[in-house]
Design a protein around this ligand. Sequence first.
Ligand SMILES: [Zn+2]
Length: 52
Amino acid sequence: MKVPNPMGCRQCGIDHRVHAIQAGSGGTHTWEQPTEQQIKERMQTRRTEKTR
Ligand SMILES: [Zn+2]
């Protein structure tokens, strides 16, 4: 199960450090900081996945 990265790109969830590499091939956008809401939701999901 893939857990979301809280600080991943707003659009695709890829981490900033590897965004240029991973989204580079078909990348139509640059890394964007996720919203507070997205960060919270991802952290919540991550917590849920860990306890499963
Ligand atoms: Zn992205």
